[in-house]
Design a protein around this ligand. Structure first.
Ligand code: NAG
Ligand code: NAG
Ligand code: NAG
Length: 481
């Protein structure tokens, strides 16, 4: 399945490009024509691998029926009845929508009052709006603003080496700008298929390159991920000899142990198990080769091996569980609380919960709902991180949907700012050019903080979403969509 060829970029790609002056770039008049959407479509090829498997995840969760649900987790979460959770979920959607419709007139006056320049943005051939690419907030970058807000960093996923990103000097200059990003998450290079292509034969070439590239600009790394349903090696999914509980458990533990050992404290944290929970029914165990063979013990075996590897190597690395649709209080989030409690009751190391936060403009949980959900986790004595934030919308973007998207970014980042143990926010890449969204959700896109109007290998332009993140980090009053 791993048809992706990882180019050896070596010193070529690690050459430091002079960082373009983004502020200067953003003051120029930018016409966002439909070439933007064409380009987003074109960029599918660079993220095919990630995209393909994410699609598999979503499909599987709706079609497979795990035979065991986490009933203990559900009942253990006494304070949150399921009916409360459900209504809170639906009200969050409607409140997001209503705030969108009730506040459509404000942004241009707000922005023009606080900015020195404005430019005409033509978001599609039929809609013209007056706005600005100049952030209304003042920090020199998102990571600087995040630190000022008491967060550890503002970070981004990146898919290097071996993709267009790794050869795009404008992408790399922004990625390497420590004022913008203080954390990096490898989108693919540390996943199972890449690190253990044959059983007990490890390949850390791509992962090591990523570490070197991220550390060169002082970034911490959320290493991602050890055990997941997808992007596995063929020897796991199509074994020559059928797995037994014992043989697959041994293979799982060996992978977790060896990979943690190799990267050591270059990892700020590891996503030990990725997406363990299902959406149908919400909060059940997700079916995958691990679960189907080992049962729910696979999850605890992974954390047990990770806990022991951290201890044996005297590491400071933090251990996380990461999932989506756990960004608001609902059955899946409550089931995740149950997993955290169970890990703790077994004295296994669990430091945090990753809230993926792949959102849709106008359907994002309200800020208060995200705060309440974060607090429900931190009350269990774990940290939270917004690990994969992006906000997709229907193409082409309109003035209204772009403003809504800005508000949605603002709300999630602002929620993290207001919860002390929300460590930081990580966006799932930062330029539409390299986003996984368009090929995974046809007709949707425009989900990231920057775009490249001229296509790959051309200057980046900040979108309104960037301003929304910066304004949230700087604690500016809630913006109107
Ligand atoms: C190891 O991975 C790198 C990409 O990260 C790839 O170029 C190389 O061919 C791999 N080595 C082997 C022996 O498969
Ligand atoms: C697999 O083995 C473990 C013990 O090593 C056990 O706890 C678990 O229930 C077994 N899983 C299944 C599906 O039998
Ligand atoms: C939530 O879980 C409860 C059982 O814990 C179940 O009765 C209810 O139908 C679930 N709700 C949803 C929306 O899945």
């Amino acid at each position: 399945m791993t048809t992706r060829s990882l180019l050896t970029l070596g010193l070529l790609a690690s050459t430091a490009f002079a960082a373009p002056n983004w502020a200067a770039t953003s003051t120029t008049t930018v016409t966002k024509t439909k070439t933007t959407t064409e380009h987003e479509t074109k960029t599918k090829t660079t993220t095919v691998h990630e995209t393909k498997t994410e699609t598999e995840t979503k499909t599987k969760t709706t079609t497979l029926k795990p035979t065991v649900t986490i009933t203990g987790s559900c009942s253990a979460s006494a304070p949150l009845s399921s009916s409360t959770s459900v209504s809170s979920t639906s009200s969050s959607s409607s409140s997001a929508s209503s705030s969108a419709s009730s506040a459509t007139t404000s942004p241009s006056s707000v922005i023009s009052a606080t900015s020195t320049t404005s430019s005409t943005i033509n978001t599609n051939p039929t809609i013209t709006k007056t706005a600005t690419d100049v952030p209304t907030a003042t920090a020199s970058g998102l990571n600087v603003a995040a630190k000022n807000a008491g967060k550890r960093w503002l970070g981004t996923a990146a898919d290097i080496p071996g993709t267009g990103e790794g050869a795009d000097p404008y992408y790399l200059a922004e990625f390497n700008n420590a004022n913008e990003f203080g954390e990096a998450t490898p989108a693919n290079t540390m996943k199972f298929f890449a690190t253990e292509p044959q059983q007990n034969v490890f390949n850390f070439t791509g992962g090591d390159y990523f570490v070197q590239q991220a550390k060169a600009s002082g970034k911490e790394i959320r290493c991602h991920n050890l055990i997941w349903a997808n992007q596995l090696s063929d020897w796991v999914t199509s074994p020559a000899v059928p797995w037994t509980n014992a043989t697959l458990t041994a293979a799982l533990r060996n992978h977790v142990t060896k990979v943690i050992e190799h990267f050591g404290d270059d990892c700020y944290s590891w996503d030990v198990v990725n997406e363990p929970l299902s959406d149908s029914p919400a909060g059940a165990w997700a079916a995958n080769v691990w679960y189907n063979t080992i049962g729910e013990e696979y999850f605890f075996q992974a954390f047990d091996a990770a806990t022991q590897a951290v201890k044996a190597n005297n590491l400071a690395v933090k251990l996380y569980v990461n999932d989506y649709n756990i960004e608001y209080l609902g059955n899946k989030s409550i089931a995740m609380q149950g997993l955290v409690k169970e890990l703790k009751s077994r004295s296994l190391q669990i430091d945090g919960v990753g809230l993926e936060s792949h959102f849709i403009a106008g359907e994002t949980p309200a800020k208060a709902d995200q705060v309440a959900n974060m607090q429900a986790f931190t009350a269990l004595d774990v940290d939270v991180v917004v690990t994969e934030l992006d906000v997709r919308l229907n193409l082409p973007a309109t003035a209204a949907s772009e403003s809504q998207q800005k508000l949605d970014y603002y709300n999630t980042v602002s929620a993290c700012v207001s919860v002390a143990r929300c460590v930081g926010v990580v966006v799932w890449d930062f330029v539409d050019t390299y986003s996984w969204i368009p090929s995974t959700f046809p007709g949707q896109g425009y989900g990231d903080l920057f775009l490249q109007p001229g296509g790959a290998n051309t200057p980046l332009v900040k979108k309104e979403a960037y301003d929304g993140v910066l304004e949230a980090l700087e604690g500016l009053a809630e913006i109107a969509a």
